[in-house]
Design a protein around this ligand. Sequence first.
Ligand SMILES: [Zn+2]
Length: 77
Amino acid sequence: MKYLLVLAIVLVVIWFLRTSRRADKPRQDTAARAPDGPAQDMVQCPVCSVHLPRTDALPGPDGRLYCCAEHRLRAGG
Ligand SMILES: [Zn+2]
Protein backbone atom coordinates (compact mmCIF):
# COMPACT_ATOMS: atom_id res chain seq x y z
CA MET A 1 0.00 0.00 0.00
CA LYS A 2 2.95 2.32 0.63
CA TYR A 3 3.92 2.16 -3.05
CA LEU A 4 0.47 3.31 -4.03
CA LEU A 5 0.93 6.43 -1.91
CA VAL A 6 4.39 7.05 -3.42
CA LEU A 7 2.96 6.59 -6.90
CA ALA A 8 0.19 9.07 -6.13
CA ILE A 9 2.73 11.64 -4.88
CA VAL A 10 4.91 11.12 -7.99
CA LEU A 11 1.88 11.63 -10.24
CA VAL A 12 0.97 14.83 -8.38
CA VAL A 13 4.56 16.10 -8.71
CA ILE A 14 4.59 15.33 -12.46
CA TRP A 15 1.23 17.08 -12.89
CA PHE A 16 2.51 20.08 -10.92
CA LEU A 17 5.69 20.31 -13.03
CA ARG A 18 3.66 20.09 -16.25
CA THR A 19 1.26 22.87 -15.25
CA SER A 20 4.05 25.16 -14.02
CA ARG A 21 6.03 24.52 -17.22
CA ARG A 22 2.94 25.38 -19.28
CA ALA A 23 2.63 28.63 -17.33
CA ASP A 24 6.27 29.46 -18.11
CA LYS A 25 5.90 28.86 -21.83
CA PRO A 26 4.41 32.25 -22.84
CA ARG A 27 7.31 34.02 -21.13
CA GLN A 28 9.80 31.96 -23.14
CA ASP A 29 7.90 32.75 -26.34
CA THR A 30 8.01 36.50 -25.74
CA ALA A 31 11.74 36.28 -25.04
CA ALA A 32 12.27 34.31 -28.25
CA ARG A 33 10.26 36.85 -30.22
CA ALA A 34 12.61 39.68 -29.25
CA PRO A 35 14.15 41.52 -32.21
CA ASP A 36 17.18 39.93 -33.86
CA GLY A 37 19.49 42.93 -33.67
CA PRO A 38 20.56 44.50 -30.38
CA ALA A 39 19.44 47.96 -31.52
CA GLN A 40 16.75 48.64 -34.11
CA ASP A 41 17.14 51.44 -36.62
CA MET A 42 14.78 54.15 -35.35
CA VAL A 43 13.36 56.97 -37.45
CA GLN A 44 11.36 60.05 -36.48
CA CYS A 45 8.09 61.09 -38.06
CA PRO A 46 8.45 64.72 -39.23
CA VAL A 47 4.75 65.44 -38.51
CA CYS A 48 4.27 64.20 -34.94
CA SER A 49 7.94 63.62 -33.99
CA VAL A 50 7.21 60.09 -32.80
CA HIS A 51 10.07 57.59 -33.00
CA LEU A 52 9.38 54.24 -34.64
CA PRO A 53 11.38 51.37 -36.15
CA ARG A 54 12.42 51.94 -39.75
CA THR A 55 10.67 48.70 -40.72
CA ASP A 56 7.33 50.13 -39.48
CA ALA A 57 7.76 53.53 -41.13
CA LEU A 58 6.09 54.58 -44.38
CA PRO A 59 8.34 56.24 -46.95
CA GLY A 60 6.90 59.46 -48.37
CA PRO A 61 7.34 60.97 -51.86
CA ASP A 62 10.00 63.33 -50.48
CA GLY A 63 12.07 60.40 -49.20
CA ARG A 64 11.25 61.04 -45.56
CA LEU A 65 9.73 58.37 -43.32
CA TYR A 66 6.35 58.79 -41.63
CA CYS A 67 4.62 56.91 -38.80
CA CYS A 68 1.34 56.44 -40.67
CA ALA A 69 -0.35 57.12 -44.02
CA GLU A 70 -2.31 60.04 -42.56
CA HIS A 71 0.85 61.92 -41.61
CA ARG A 72 2.45 61.08 -44.95
CA LEU A 73 -0.58 62.65 -46.69
CA ARG A 74 -0.54 65.65 -44.34
CA ALA A 75 3.12 66.36 -45.08
CA GLY A 76 2.89 65.65 -48.80
CA GLY A 77 -0.17 67.83 -49.25
ZN1 LIG B 1 3.44 60.89 -37.35
